[in-house]
Design a protein around this ligand. Sequence first.
Ligand SMILES: [Zn+2]
Length: 140
Amino acid sequence: MTTDCVFCRIVAGAEPATLVYEDERAIAFLDLHPVHAGHTLVVPRHHVTDLRECDADLAAHLFAVSARLAPVVTQKTDADGFNIWTAAGRAAGQTVFHLHLHVLPRFFGDVFGPRQPNSKPPEATRGELERVAARILAGE
Ligand SMILES: [Zn+2]
């Protein structure tokens, strides 16, 4: 256990949290600073910094747990929809460096969300897309 990690302390029962789900590999609890009521964090029991350190089986499990919880959270909070998202690294907005998936109820007209341009980004050329794809494919 990384004792300076608040989520590891929650997993160990050394820090209070309001759990809404748990199994042998993951727990889910309500975010202490909810964007909306029902904002839930799905967290692996063992310390993983972010998705880059997470094996595919655990990633699939965490997403499956999130996908099971999200419709329930949405219904029970009378939300209009939900987001499931994760941040990897400070540049992406990660502030707790123990992997977590946010299950975030959403409402028509709410203003929470990633910053984005006011207008639709310009269409990329096929050549630009193919250059980026070639770099991604070369990494496999
Ligand atoms: Zn941790």
